[in-house]
Unconditional design. Sequence first.
Length: 248
Amino acid sequence: MKSPLLQLNGVHTHIGAYHILHGVDFDVPAGKVTMLLGRNGAGKTTTLRTIMGLWPVSRGSVLFDDQPIGGSQGQLRTPDIAQLGIAYVPESMGIFADLTVRENLLLAARKARTVEQMDTHRLEWLFGHFPALKKFWLYPAGKLSGGQKQMLAIARAMVEPRRLLLIDEPSKGLAPAIVQNLIAALRGLKSSDTTVLLVEQNFEVARALGDRVAVMDNGRVVYSGAMATLAGDRGLQEKFLGLSLGGH
Ligand SMILES: Nc1ncnc2c1ncn2[C@@H]1O[C@H](COP(=O)(O)OP(=O)(O)OP(=O)(O)O)[C@@H](O)[C@H]1O
Ligand SMILES: [Mg+2]
């Protein structure tokens, strides 16, 4: 059997004197969306940053395509990790508010110096998933709505083909109707064979997009399995997510 695209094996991370991750274990299978859930402070962002090499692995290992990228068997630096085809959309999105949508995408393209050099098929493909980018092509990104900014941030990470996308809480602060647009856009990407590791607090988004799920608490993974299993079991949700309000 083919091994998972990304594997975290007993990953510990220290930030300065603080011991934040205490042995994180989970896999991200190729071509699937894996959700990373957990309460505030559980260690989700730290996990993404550790995968990107922004924090070094202090014990355990991170393997990408069976190659060590973090840990004592081989700790790559962030630019080398990105070079392997891993893109990271941080919570802060990292877009340039004063630059246009077009300039934001151009800056994210490593292989093009001018818009003319950009892969037009890929741009059309992105416009297909994120129509707002075409509509606001020459607008400063700062004028986009929160949801449109999220879509621009994700599009920047996908402006060239990537093997793995790490996305931190794209639905944060968005109105429910906009969240639906985001779900639709991310669903579109799912069909493109990109592997995604998606951090979310919004269980509706997780249920709509996730194939697999890992739930974190206190710097560890406390549950992992198929998203459908967690989505269909109130008892598991209550136990691992504290979703006990009997809501939707
Ligand atoms: N730069 C830092 N220095 C010290 N502690 C940090 C730092 N970054 C994160 N932490 C701590 O690590 C723990 C995990 O934080 P992290 O940001 O990974 O959580 P999270 O699951 O992403 O939470 P949220 O849902 O609120 O974004 C928290 O207790 C946090 O205070
Ligand atoms: Mg976070």
